[in-house]
Write a new protein. Structure first.
Length: 458
């Protein structure tokens, strides 16, 4: 049996009634977070450009607007928006962002047919499990080689979720996964540009496309994962993957439960977050101000530093991947928030004065062989000669052992959602999402994302 065929059987077996309470809980959390991030990202230039270039009429909502487009276009546009701010959730296993590739496709597909909240959650969990199971077979070589796992692996999650929602037979789902192997793409060289969120829109759309094509009789090689010229060999290379973990221990436990979903506190690359947590702890404990600081030394895992060592960011997107910029913001503003990555914020003279004082290096005690690569250490040398230090093993929100408190999750949701919706609409939407598994028709959820002014005009 091919890997895709074996995965397809597991995907088809996912049933809401059999999911543990914890899996449903974390699915709700991730859906709330992703919807908020997508609404906030809907107004970003990358999402608007994609909408202008691709949108055609149809039944599916562009989040935060009154415009409706074809399902594939909605997955592309909303998928791009979901990752536009780099504020969406993360997965230790995936080495990327697990929900953004899946949920925009599911929401769009659910607008083309009657789908209740339980079916939606089951499809979502099936997609998450698929992409993270494949990730277990290829990471971290895949990540370090330069692939963007959110996209190259997320396309399998999107495909699996859409196949589950469509109720496709396992043999058809296996074909769709074979198609997804040819749709997989995305290189980390494009981090810090609009192309990174486009990766996510692209794989969300292509996952749905693979499912729809397979459902209509399109053909693909169900052995396209393990074939000598297939995904595993081409993307990772001989000796750099292990197929056994892809199929082993499916749902025991569900990956969304453990290691679980990581919710971001800050709208920037997750690789900067432990250093930001460490800096903010020093700022708050000691009342630090920029004038007190002579030098900052930041040490993060070398795997994480590789794409965040940017001492001179040249755009607001570039700044999201600069640990130096994020630490400067934490010191100057005592927080890191959405407005710090808008317009010309990266040119702020007060920040430009600070950047040369901040030095980033790989942590000498954090091995590339370790799977624990989410820590950081920050040392601040003051102008009076004192040295302050803080070390963080994992940032707040990174997994179920250190979850983001619900009040902070909901505050983040409102901060994001009210960029597209009035507060009253955001409150109603959140109330619905808290109990999304009780929703009778998911089209009611997307209807709640239309700005009130647009509804009044109708």
């Amino acid at each position: 049996m091919t890997i895709a065929a074996a995965l397809a059987e597991r995907i088809a077996s996912v049933c809401y009634a059999a999911l543990p309470h914890e899996a449903v809980h974390w699915a709700r959390v991730a859906i709330i977070d992703t919807v908020g991030c997508t609404l906030a990202g809907a107004g970003e230039p990358c999402a608007r450009i994609v909408a202008r270039v691709t949108a055609s009429g149809g039944p599916c909502l562009i989040f935060g607007t009154e415009q409706r487009v074809a399902a594939l276009d909605a997955a592309l546009i909303n998928g791009t928006a979901s990752h536009a701010l780099d504020f969406d959730d993360c997965s230790d296993t995936l080495g990327g962002h697990p929900s953004a590739p899946i949920l925009p496709a599911l929401f769009a597909l659910a607008e083309t047919r009657a789908v209740d909240g339980r079916a939606f959650i089951a499809a979502y969990v099936a997609g998450w499990e698929t992409e993270t199971r494949i990730a277990r077979g290829v990471n971290f070589h895949h990540y370090e080689k330069g692939w963007h796992p959110t996209a190259t692996l997320g396309v399998f999650g999107s495909t699996a979720a859409c196949c589950h929602l469509l109720g496709l037979a396992p043999e058809v789902t296996a074909t769709a996964l074979g198609l997804a192997a040819s749709f997989a793409s995305g290189v980390k060289a494009n981090f810090g540009t609009m192309t990174k969120p486009l990766h996510v829109g692209h794989c969300s759309r292509n996952g749905m496309l693979a499912a729809l094509l397979a459902a209509d009789g399109f053909t693909a090689n169900a052995g396209a994962l393990e074939h000598r010229q297939g995904f595993l060999h081409v993307f990772n290379g001989e000796g750099n993957f292990d197929a056994a973990p892809i199929l082993g221990e499916w749902g025991r436990p569900w990956d969304i439960v453990r290691p679980g979903v990581a919710i971001k506190q800050y709208p920037c690359c997750g690789s900067t977050h432990p250093a930001v947590d460490a800096m903010l702890s020093l700022v708050r404990e000691h009342g630090l101000t920029p004038g007190m600081v002579e030098r900052v030394d930041s040490w993060t895992h070398p795997r994480r530093l590789a794409h965040t060592n940017r001492s001179d960011p040249q755009s607001e997107l570039d700044a999201k991947f600069s640990v130096q910029y994020c630490l400067a913001r934490a010191l100057l503003d005592r927080r890191v928030s959405l407005e710090h990555f808008e317009g010309d914020s990266f040119r702020d003279p007060a920040i430009r004065v600070l950047l040369p004082r901040i030095h980033a290096a790989p942590h000498p005690e954090m091995s590339m062989a370790s799977t624990e690569h989410f820590g950081a250490e920050v040392r601040v040398t003051l102008t009076d000669g004192r040295v302050l230090a803080a070390k963080v093993a994992r940032p707040l929100g990174r997994g179920p052992e250190n979850p983001l408190p619900m009040e902070l999750l909901e505050a983040k949701f409102f901060n994001c959602a009210t960029r597209a919706l009035p507060m009253e609409s955001a409150e109603r939407l959140l109330a619905t999402l808290r109990g999304v598994d009780a929703v009778a028709d998911m089209r009611g959820v997307t209807d709640a994302m239309v700005p009130a002014a647009a509804l009044a005009a109708d």
